[in-house]
Design a protein around this ligand. Structure first.
Ligand SMILES: [Zn+2]
Length: 368
């Protein structure tokens, strides 16, 4: 049996060590947790120095999460694994600073030490508060296929959990109302407890940014596909659309975070990602194989003489616009996107539009 009072002490020490829990908030936070664990008083003894040392050496919170899940199950606070997971995430949400505090710390680091230090803060916080599932991600199988003419990096993703048959059956009997949050990318996810059909978001923390004059948010992906894999999401639940505005937002982002690349899924179902009903981009610190590829053709454009246009030697059709002047690169990229969207050449089977259904789009990616 898990000792809930001892577990509470461990959680407080962990939050002081890794999540910036302020001394003034210790009693308050301890009481909140005891309440969730249905306990009326804390442990009479605090942790030994050896126990504290053990907590301070944790790279990930998994052992504490497992204890919380076991406690929830043993004490009928959860009736299945998903509910136990939601409960554990909720407790870590209590241990994590509020969104305003995280934003304040992020912006102050960005100002004083630079954007990468600010990103490091959010990234490490997201690992330590169990939002990024580091242990699950480490199980992914990855290798570099360097013997190909154009090298690739290949990942077999084993980290995303599958629902059990029992859980799926339970879902079918639940009433279908208007969905809240409308999708997994909506800003309303921050602090959301979660359900059997919607993941726990008690512990997600997002950073507010202005991109293209609009309100956007930045978060990390819970199942990172590459280094510091981040997601940008519009604060409005609007469908994906690739145009000049996209290029402007991507450029605004890399100006703020020059160490990260940022890109968008294409806005057509046949080539886009799984979520096309909410405008979002993905990026991170990784240098992708595509970004390392050489050009086999280079062009100059009379209208924008300070730019270069390259056709990249890669597995799919890639046009790369390079330059040192943001406004000309942005303008030319926008022109190429809009020209391509309306381009038809039936001799090679390219038809821009068929019965009102668009065929042409791009996957824009920007980096410094
Ligand atoms: Zn949404």
């Amino acid at each position: 049996m898990i000792d809930g009072k001892l577990l509470t002490e461990k959680l407080i020490v962990y939050a002081q060590e890794f999540l910036g829990l302020n001394d003034l908030d210790v009693i308050y936070t301890k009481n909140l947790i005891l309440g969730q664990l249905k306990l009326n008083a804390p442990s009479k003894t605090s942790l030994t120095e050896a126990e504290k040392k053990e907590i301070a050496s944790l790279a990930v919170p998994d052992t504490l999460i497992e204890e919380l899940m076991a406690y929830a199950t043993e004490n009928n606070l959860a009736s299945n694994e998903i509910e136990a997971d939601l409960f554990a995430n909720y407790i870590f949400g209590i241990l994590t600073p509020k969104p305003s505090e995280v934003n304040g710390a992020f912006m102050s680091l960005k100002e004083k030490l630079g954007p990468q230090q600010a990103c490091d803060y959010l990234y490490n916080l997201s690992i330590k508060n169990y939002y990024i599932r580091k242990t699950a991600i480490d199980r992914n199988i990855k290798w570099d296929a360097n013997d190909l003419d154009i090298p690739l990096e290949i990942t077999i993703n084993l980290s995303k959990p599958e629902k059990s048959n029992k859980d799926v059956a339970k879902l079918l009997t639940q009433p279908q109302g208007e969905k809240y949050p409308a999708c997994p990318l909506c800003k309303e996810n921050e602090g959301y407890y979660g359900t059997l059909t919607h993941p726990a978001r008690s512990n997600i923390r997002t950073i507010s940014l202005t991109l293209g004059g609009e309100e956007w948010g930045m978060q990390y992906s819970p199942y990172l596909y590459f280094d510091e894999h981040c997601i940008l999401f519009s604060k409005k639940h609007t469908p994906m659309k690739i145009d000049g505005k996209t290029v402007e937002r991507l450029f605004d982002f890399i100006e703020m975070f020059p160490d990260y690349f940022i890109g968008s899924n294409a806005d057509l179902p046949i080539v886009g990602g799984s979520i096309l009903n909410h405008e979002h981009y993905q990026g991170g610190k990784h240098l992708m194989p595509l970004q390392k590829c050489k050009a086999f053709e280079k062009y100059k454009c009379d209208k924008y003489p300070d730019t270069t246009v390259e056709v990249v030697d890669f597995y799919n059709s890639v046009v790369r616009v390079c330059g040192f002047n943001r406004s000309t690169v942005q303008a030319l990229a926008t022109e190429i996107i809009s020209a391509w969207k309306g381009y038809t050449d039936e001799s090679v089977g390219i038809i821009a539009d068929e019965n009102g259904v668009k065929h042409n789009t791009v996957t824009p990616i920007a980096r410094f």
